[in-house]
Design a protein around this ligand. Structure first.
Ligand code: AOS
Ligand code: ZN
Ligand code: ZN
Length: 425
């Protein structure tokens, strides 16, 4: 199924209310010196990758409740991203996971991507599960395994993932490792780190010249005593040990409670080493909840640093943005629409911060003013700007309302059936 611009325009209906809301806000912002046109353009240009594993109902180890009309293969997953992009105009990329999404027919997959205006962003390897047909098990680790042959198998898998990504036009490889220990004494921390560094270097040196390596960190889970790449410092160290095109990837859910993620972002960008970003939200840990559903102010503060870094740290690469969430009870497409909207909202509010006034207030040690400046931006209802950005590209006034009124899920069920199972979930 594919949504046409005409269908979306008809779902949009009359735009008079939008015009009134937009003009009111645009006038207000212009009076305080905001260039509204360029702000809307920045929003329209901002694209976030949808991971192929987010399109089906994910679930937890306690069960998985399938969602009707889920995609059953890679082509259908790409169609789903196409639907999201048509409605939101901000999901113009997909992030594949190998081997879950190894294409059978590259030409067909690329054709669907082209038809929907979707590019292939960072590609993900998987050495946290044993794959059918592989010789060794990753039960006791992959890139950090004590056994050289197992490490070699994991390195080769990553190289194979790069070859697949090359055929699709990806330019970066994301590594997330489950390697770690569940019990004290289980493994030497120093040896595990040294082996991981060596394995990462092997992967890095075999990368094509225009590729980069993104190293994700996570403090715990699935191992509950230690994770080899536990924090940004470890990832940063490994990236430095690899070379210029290796970077740290920040996943919002991969921090211990109350960690100041915005400061981590600032630190990494100052050193030109923030390469990728996984969006989600959480109450406790790596909950992978809808972006902005729990801590929208924290997301705004993080975006403030991202915006600052994008303006002031030219040595930092363009970031690979991706939503990293799974869903147990919501329609995955509706959830992704909500996440995409929350990302845009936080970005728009961060763009509204009066940076000149803020740095002046900082120099004057006017702490109250500093807070007021941030909150002035945060309290602005930026939704008319988001609507304008979407409409400027032929998207929906309200993606969620259009999704429902165009009966997308009902159509997908008609096409695919009630009980489908997405691969890799
Ligand atoms: C795992 O917790 C990480 O967030 C990964 O980025 C990602 O969710 C995983 O690679 C999906 O398989
Ligand atoms: Zn992640
Ligand atoms: Zn995660």
């Amino acid at each position: 199924m594919q949504l046409t611009k005409d269908q979306i325009a008809s779902a949009n209906g009359n735009l008079n209310d939008h015009e009134a809301d937009f003009n009111y806000l645009a006038n207000k912002l212009s009076r305080s010196g905001t260039d509204v046109e360029s702000l809307v353009k920045s929003l329209a240009d901002f694209q976030v990758a949808v991971p192929s594993w987010a399109l089906g109902a994910g679930g937890t180890r306690f069960g998985r409740f399938s969602f009707h009309g889920e995609p059953g293969n890679l082509e259908q997953k790409m169609d789903d991203v196409g639907i999201l992009h048509a409605l939101t105009q901000t999901a113009g990329a997909v992030s594949l996971h190998i081997p879950w999404d190894t294409p059978q027919d590259y030409a067909a997959v690329k054709q669907i991507a082209n038809r929907n205006g979707i590019v292939f962003d960072a590609i993900n390897s998987n050495t946290f599960q044993d794959q059918p047909g592989s010789k060794y098990s990753y039960k006791h680790g992959s890139l950090a395994n004590t056994d050289e042959a197992i490490r070699a198998q994991a390195v080769q898998h990553n190289q194979e993932v790069v070859r697949i990504g090359e055929k699709l036009g990806s330019k970066s490889l994301t590594i997330w490792l489950a390697d770690g220990t569940s019990f004290p004494g289980q493994r030497s921390f120093q040896k595990a780190l040294a082996q991981t560094e060596k394995s990462c270097q092997e992967i890095y040196t075999a990368l094509p010249e225009d590729w980069s390596l993104l190293i994700e960190y996570k403090p715990y889970e699935p191992n509950f005593y230690s994770t080899v790449i536990m924090d940004w410092g470890t990832s940063f160290m490994l990236a430095n040990a690899c070379g210029d095109r290796a970077y740290t990837l920040v996943d919002l859910g991969h921090h211990l409670p109350n960690t100041n993620i915005e400061q981590i972002v600032a630190t990494l960008m100052a050193k030109g080493k923030l390469g990728g970003f996984h969006f989600n939200d959480s109450k406790y840990g790596d909950d992978d909840l809808t972006v902005g559903s729990i801590k929208p102010y924290a997301l705004f503060l993080i975006f403030n640093e991202l915006v600052y870094g994008m303006r002031h740290n030219p040595e930092n690469p363009n970031l690979a943005w991706m939503i990293d969430a799974s869903h147990n009870i919501k329609d995955p497409l509706e959830d992704l629409i909500q996440s995409l909207e929350a990302i845009q909202e936080a970005y728009a509010k961060a763009l509204l911060i009066d940076q000149i006034a803020l740095s002046e207030a900082q120099l004057n040690h006017d702490v109250v003013k500093c807070q007021e400046i941030l909150q002035e931006a945060y309290r602005t209802d930026v939704r008319p700007l988001l609507q304008r950005a979407r409409l400027s590209r032929g998207g929906a006034l309200s993606p969620l309302a259009a999704y429902r009124s165009l009966k997308v899920r009902e159509n997908l069920i008609r096409e695919r059936g009630m009980h489908t199972v997405a691969t890799g979930l």
